[in-house]
Design a protein. Structure first.
Length: 172
């Protein structure tokens, strides 16, 4: 089935594009959600108009989300977890936990569906992508470390904070 996309559809295309999709996907998802219309000759004439309007909307949305992207980009989140001797977790770190930790650390509320990462089931560092818009996808670092060990993020911040107290007594 050929459809004309009215809205940007993640992993399919931008608004105004003509795509060939499976019949069930088009009939059961794209058409009822008003994300696409059938690619009829009348609809094809409107594709350029839809493209220009979508480009304008996308630019406005990207400008609005740019500040959120700047806050979220490069954030490192550490999770103390219980793990076996081989480094396998006794549970997992889910996108919901990452979203809650991100809100606590930055104050920016991100839906769990916007975070692209498989559940973490082992110790280590992982990179998660936060899909704010089709074009803005900042990365965050997720660190799973063994409960009882020192936080890797705290270790990275400690050396930067130590010189400051040393300078204060010298000023007195």
């Amino acid at each position: 089935m050929k459809v004309l996309l009215i809205k940007d559809v993640y992993k399919l295309g931008h608004a105004g594009e003509i795509k060939k999709v499976a019949d069930g996907f088009g009939r059961n998802y794209l058409l009822p959600q008003s994300m696409a219309v059938l690619a009829t000759p009348g609809a094809l004439k409107q594709s350029e108009k839809i493209k220009t309007e979508a480009t304008k909307r996308r630019a406005i949305l990207n400008n609005e989300m740019e500040s959120v992207s700047a806050v979220v980009a490069g954030v490192a989140l550490a999770f103390p977890v219980k793990a076996g001797e081989t480094g396998k977790l006794y549970g997992s770190i889910t996108t919901q936990q990452i979203a809650e930790a991100l809100k606590a650390k930055t104050g920016v509320e991100i839906k769990r569906q916007q975070i692209e990462l498989q559940p973490i089931r082992s110790l280590g560092e992982f990179v998660a992508h936060v899909r704010l818009t089709v074009d803005l996808i900042p990365e965050i670092k997720v660190i799973a470390y063994r409960e009882g060990d020192a936080s890797p993020i705290a270790e990275a911040q400690t050396p930067a904070q130590e010189p400051t107290p040393a300078q204060e007594p010298a000023a007195e």
